[in-house]
Design a protein around this ligand. Structure first.
Ligand SMILES: Cc1ncc(COP(=O)(O)O)c(C=O)c1O
Length: 407
């Protein structure tokens, strides 16, 4: 019998999407589901972007240049310059979302068998792409009690071996919302320089920092050869479907390698690149982003405060992004709990979908009493979703206790 590749077999489905069939079945039974599982913002995409797409003068929808339309690259460079990050035209490459950017970053830097250091809990697709690239993920374990900030650099240094090639992280981070301090990023930068590692910083949530400011990897000039910026408009423009991101590097050899990767996948989407140009040229674009940030800031506080009503809950107020990683000490299998919410529970015709915690870790056994919540719903819905979650947790614990006592 034909067999698919071992690499493909070893891929786990996304913990964020895996339970979707159960949510769809619940909806078929007439149950409304609050989706706290996926980082898909509900906020309208800015009008200037949409108008830019609609008004684009395109007669032949041809391939765009492999590394992106020149005007789009210039507009993106201007966006970074406003942030104090000065990138030349030939240091930025337009990619098909941030996903392709970190996939290319791994492909261009790591050989099969090389190790990649990633703070856990992490964005699970980092593991998916590392696996497909033949790399071993070495987790830097962070703890909920520390707000998922990094352990001391001396601890991280102990994880570095002759096979270590890169450090990969998001900042502010999915799934924890931690925003690393400048000292933390500087510590990683020092390690990268000392041990000759690439440092891949995924910054799609840059503006979504509510306490302090995000530190970009591009703000360390000494890292010119090591730093790779991965970015995306999915989140800050509420434009996940646009599939536009970028990879920036000052390392010329790396840039040339990524150029070849771009050539073999042909081109990023045309209309959305033009939409982005229209957005970035609109004098109000900063205000549009700020309005989106204000919404998420208010939601973070609403969700965090609402969660405090759940007995035993452990969580820290995250600095950024739009996620909270939460521990419920009373459960020991958050996947079973997430399934239970979709299959066996409802409160007045409503339930909640959460992302189970274990798949955000590489260390076996971690995250089994944790879930990730995305605050991508309006505040009243978030408050209601937490009421439903609280009731679901109580019912689950009671049911489990009942089953245990029958045994
Ligand atoms: C940290 C991080 N990087 C990358 C992505 C994917 O971005 P894109 O939609 O641009 O591929 C996500 C999406 O959730 C993310 O959270």
């Amino acid at each position: 019998m034909l067999s698919i590749s071992e690499r493909a077999k070893s891929l786990k489905g996304s913990p964020i999407r895996r339970l979707t069939p159960l949510a769809n079945a619940a909806k078929k039974r007439g149950i409304a589901v609050y989706h706290l599982n996926i980082g898909q913002p509900d906020i309208p995409t800015p009008t200037s972007f949409m108008e830019g797409v609609r008004n684009a003068k395109v007669d032949v929808l041809s391939y765009s240049p492999a590394m992106g339309i020149a005007e789009t690259i210039d507009a993106m460079c201007a966006y970074y310059a406003e942030l104090g990050i000065h990138l030349a035209h030939d240091e930025l490459i337009v990619t098909i979302g941030g996903s392709e950017a970190f996939c290319f970053a791994l492909q261009a830097t790591c050989n099969p068998g090389d190790e990649v250091l990633i703070p856990e809990p992490f964005y699970p697709n980092y593991v998916g792409h590392s696996t497909m690239n033949g790399n071993r993920v070495v987790p830097i374990t962070t703890r909920i009690e520390d707000g998922f900030h990094l352990p001391p650099m001396a601890e991280i240094e102990k994880l570095i071996t002759p096979r270590t090639r890169a450090i990969l992280f998001s900042n502010p981070a999915n799934p924890t919302g931690v925003g690393y301090t400048r000292d933390e990023v500087a510590g990683l930068a020092k390690l990268a320089l000392k041990h000759n590692l690439f440092i891949i910083s995924d910054e799609p949530y840059r503006e979504l920092m509510y306490d302090g400011e995000a530190t970009s990897i591009m703000s360390f000039p000494e890292l010119a050869g090591n730093a790779i910026l991965v970015d995306s408009i999915s989140k800050r423009l509420s434009a996940c479907g646009a599939r536009i991101g970028c990879l920036a590097t000052r390392n010329k050899e790396l840039h040339a390698a990524v150029n070849k990767l771009c050539q073999i996948r042909l081109s990023p989407p045309t209309f959305e690149q033009l939409g982005l140009v229209a957005f970035l040229k609109d004098p109000h674009h900063k205000q549009d982003i700020a309005a989106i940030v204000r919404k998420f800031h208010a939601r973070r506080d609403t969700l965090f405060d609402a969660l405090q009503s759940i007995p035993g809950v452990v969580c820290r107020r995250p600095e950024g992004a739009f996620y909270i990683f939460v521990k419920f000490p009373q459960i020991d299998d958050s996947e079973a709990f997430a399934k239970y919410l979709l299959t066996d529970f409802q409160l007045d015709g409503e339930t909640v979908m959460v992302a189970p915690g274990a798949d955000f870790y590489a260390t076996p056994g971690m995250g089994t009493n944790e879930v990730r919540l995305a605050y991508v719903l309006e505040e009243p819905k978030l408050v209601r979703a937490v009421e439903v979650l609280k009731a679901g947790l109580a019912a689950y614990v009671e049911e489990k206790a009942g089953v245990a006592s029958v045994r």
